[in-house]
Write a protein that binds this ligand. Structure first.
Ligand code: GLU
Length: 458
């Protein structure tokens, strides 16, 4: 790959739960990164865990991404690709790089504890490499099936004498990174029941699908060292890596899809704008201000992956409300129109411009449409306002109305009744809308129109 060629990225969730805000941070950063240079975005469903993965969760992921405006150029499922992983595993076995181990989880745990008690790093000692064929046969006769470890290239003459082996990469977000392969255990690639852990399928797919940039959460940094070695063992080259910081909940815990925390589905159901969610999920935890971007293109022009902070970021869902309001306040009629129509709440541009500053969720447009059309419970007129409202009916300017009809009407009323401020506006607001708060009446009155206004006055 040359630096200038269009990137290919992938977003690789496991369909074992709904996406949450932390997952879509990864998805969006990948999407923006690819879009910035006309690249390709692959949705890779990491469903090798066939027991926990479901079709409903896979569809949920596709729907959540579509809601955010992310339409993958290609979608792949790892469960369709076991044959390719088997071939890669065979290749590693033939090269002596994948070896059978028979320790039970208990045995591994005991060894780990022993090493820790001696103040040593709990690195697997490769004892299984010393097993003879007879010993292996004996384990199998006992009913044990092997799990398989990848032999890390961290030694020169014998695997039992490891030496410091630094793997370096220039991380898109973190700059120069180094991991010492001698500091880690040979990773298990295949479990005792024959199922794959994520490491090998991921590397095989990244190679096979021509992935140029692996952009994912910072929790994968140590995996990257072993994965780079695996890329090389399978014929490489390794792609470029980028690790973004993770989002923590306001109380400081990691976001977990298993807890259903801040799922995209729940934010969508709550009526939030997808771009409020996308703007916050992307721009939080960067050195950049969190702006409410109206489109992914706009977000792309603002977001700079090299500005992503190294430390984790606190995500506060209260920020979503403010961003949502900002987006609605500046949403053009043109953009709002299809949704107003769908909700059967389109009363023209002046209606939208009158109400948008008062919306905390788009769906509230329907409430205002009903109010404009008179579907509300009239409020009882206070005795002290009866005369004032009668005067208001009297002085309501005749049609046609100009833009300043509200000023014209209220000035005339001020002169006639001597009322001003709240005493002047509030009875009118209540009579016209049934509420004591809402959009600027100067903007709303022309939308309500003479006929309906007159009917709401005594
Ligand atoms: N399925 C893995 C995860 O969700 C993918 C990690 C990666 O992007 O390589 O953690």
């Amino acid at each position: 790959m040359t630096e200038n060629s269009a990137p290919t990225v992938r977003f690789a969730p496991s369909p074992t739960g709904r996406l949450h805000i932390g997952n879509i941070r990864t998805a969006l950063i990948n999407w923006l990164f690819a879009s910035a240079s006309d690249g390709c975005f692959i949705l890779r469903l990491d469903d090798t865990d066939v027991e926990r993965s479901t079709e409903a969760f896979a569809q949920g992921i596709i729907d959540d991404l579509a809601w955010l405006g992310v339409e993958p150029h290609r979608t792949e499922r790892q469960s369709d690709r076991f044959k390719i992983y088997d071939e890669a595993a065979d290749k590693l076995r033939e090269a002596g790089l994948l070896y059978a181990c028979y320790e039970t989880p208990d045995e591994i745990e005991r060894r780990r504890k022993r090493l820790m008690a001696r103040g040593l790093p709990p690195v697997y000692d490769r004892a299984a490499l010393k097993l003879t064929d007879e010993e292996k046969a004996a384990f199998e006769a006992e009913g044990r099936t092997p799990h398989w470890r990848f032999l890390l290239p961290n030694f020169s003459s014998t695997p039992f004498e490891t030496q410091r082996t630094d793997v370096h990469w220039d991380d898109v977000m973190r700059g120069q990174q180094t991991v010492d392969l001698a500091s880690m255990s040979d990773p298990v690639l295949i479990r005792g029941n024959g199922s794959y852990l994520y490491t090998l399928p991921s590397v095989v797919d990244d190679l096979d699908m021509g992935v140029t940039h692996v952009i994912r959460g910072g929790d994968h940094v140590t995996n990257t060292g072993a994965q780079i070695a695996l890329f090389e063992a399978l014929g490489g080259p390794a792609p470029r890596f980028g690790h973004h910081n993770l989002l923590m909940s306001a109380s400081g815990e990691g976001l977990s899809k298993r807890k259903g925390a801040l799922s995209i589905a729940s934010l969508r159901e709550a009526g939030l704008e997808p771009m409020a969610v996308a703007s916050l999920a992307t721009l939080i935890g960067t050195g950049q201000a969190v702006e409410a971007c109206a489109s992914l293109e706009e977000l792309n022009s603002v977001f700079d992956p090299t500005k992503v902070s190294k430390s984790d970021a606190k995500f506060d869902d209260n920020d979503l409300g403010a961003l949502n309001e900002k987006l609605l306040q500046s949403m053009s009629y043109e953009r709002a129109l299809p949704r107003l129509k769908e909700a059967d709440a389109d009363l023209g541009e002046s209606f939208w411009l009158a109400i948008r500053a008062n919306l905390s969720k788009f769906g509230e447009a329907v409430d205002w449409q009903k109010i404009v059309e008179g579907q509300f419970e009239p409020v009882e007129v206070l005795a002290e306002d009866a005369e004032f409202l009668a005067a208001a009916a009297e002085l309501l300017p005749a049609e046609p109305w100009g833009e300043d009809v509200w000023a014209q009407w209220t000035n005339a009323l001020k002169q006639e009744t001597g009322r001003k401020g709240r005493g002047l506006f509030m009875p009118l607001r209540k009579a016209l809308t049934g509420l004591d708060h809402g959009p600027e009446l100067a903007q709303l009155l022309p939308v309500i129109g003479w006929e309906r206004t007159r009917r709401r006055l005594p």
